[in-house]
Design a protein around this ligand. Structure first.
Ligand code: ZN
Length: 322
């Protein structure tokens, strides 16, 4: 089953490995995701996030530029397998040429320093999706409160509203993963087009601020947006003290069934968070994605529904934006 995954941190992982003097490549590595594993997992398109950790990086724009160099250098080095896409036709062209596609995304809205000119430059450099925040408050908005506790009062700031409007205008898909509850409702109020929660699950199935309430799932679905199932154990299940967290396929299925019941099959997608998550994962590698498709089939999802979740729903959204 062809895979579109809306979120991985592999480029950042390669970037930091090299900063530490280690060797790391996109084609073949020891991480969750590389191009060979993707090919074996029947990947069609991967979103590659440039993840900027404001706790580590004093100049997010500059770090983003260096990370972008990592992304494009890897794209150049692996032209036989994958090409970056910024327009719908390029996705189709790559597919017809037997190549996978890479969509560039940013995880941390502060990367544009609250300046629409820098945001437009990110767009010109190929960025087509961006989270407003990561786990820190920034000049645009507030994230969850930390420790998995939702933030229901503080949402988007004035700068955030300005940046969000420009994103919708020029064509950078807003990504509400990591954003506070109040912020997600602000995005719903202030935008018209469908948007994504690229790597978030259902809060009714695992109580964590990174997951979405049923009301949010319903609202995102009604808008035509897509929610990517995250493989992180903490967003799949609640583990008590002394329990060893495991990311289980059965838990992913539970979240998928819940989100389907609340928002319909059309709002479900994949957002593995590969190379951004740690610990014990049943799906610990991109080549294991067929295991998830099979488990969905065994649990009552039809072939048509599996196709929708694995790529159809995200493709629908990309056709509208790209
Ligand atoms: Zn994330």
């Amino acid at each position: 089953m062809r895979v579109i995954d809306m979120h991985c941190d592999t480029i950042s992982k390669i970037y930091y490995a090299r900063e530490n003097g280690e060797q790391a490549e996109l084609r073949n590595n020891s991480f969750h995701l590389d191009l060979e594993k993707m090919r074996n997992g029947d990947y069609f398109l991967q979103n590659f996030a440039l993840f900027i950790d404001l706790g580590k990086e004093k100049d997010p724009f500059q770090t983003c530029m260096k990370m972008m160099d990592t992304f494009y250098s890897e794209m150049d080095a692996n032209r036989d397998m994958i090409s970056p896409v910024t327009r719908w036709e390029e996705i189709e062209n790559n597919w017809n040429q037997g190549k996978m596609s890479a969509l560039l995304t940013v995880e941390e809205g502060e990367t544009c320093l609250g300046d629409v000119r820098l945001l437009r430059c990110l767009y010109r450099m190929g960025v087509r999706m961006m989270t407003l925040t990561w786990n820190y408050e920034n000049s645009l908005a507030w994230p969850g409160k930390g420790g998995g506790i939702p933030e229901t009062e503080k949402g988007l700031k004035e700068k955030g509203e300005e940046i969000l409007a420009e994103m919708e205008q020029i064509g950078i898909i807003p990504d509400v993963s990591h954003l506070s509850d109040a912020g997600i409702w602000d995005v719903l109020r202030l935008t018209k087009k469908p948007f994504v929660a690229s790597h978030s699950n259902a809060r009714a199935q695992a109580p964590h601020s990174r997951n979405l309430t049923d009301d949010m799932i319903r609202a995102i679905a009604e808008r035509g947006g897509v929610i990517g199932i995250n493989f992180c154990s903490a967003f799949l299940d609640h583990f008590g003290e002394g329990e060893i967290p495991v990311s289980r396929v059965s838990s992913m299925i539970r979240h998928m069934k819940h989100i389907k019941n609340i928002g319909g099959i059309g709002c479900l997608g994949l957002g593995s968070d590969f190379d951004g998550i740690r610990g014990n994962l049943e799906l610990d590698s991109a080549n294991k994605l067929p295991v998830l498709a099979e488990a969905m089939g065994d649990n009552g999802f039809t072939d048509e529904e599996i196709r929708a979740v694995f790529h159809g729903n995200v493709l629908r959204l990309y056709r509208e934006w790209l």
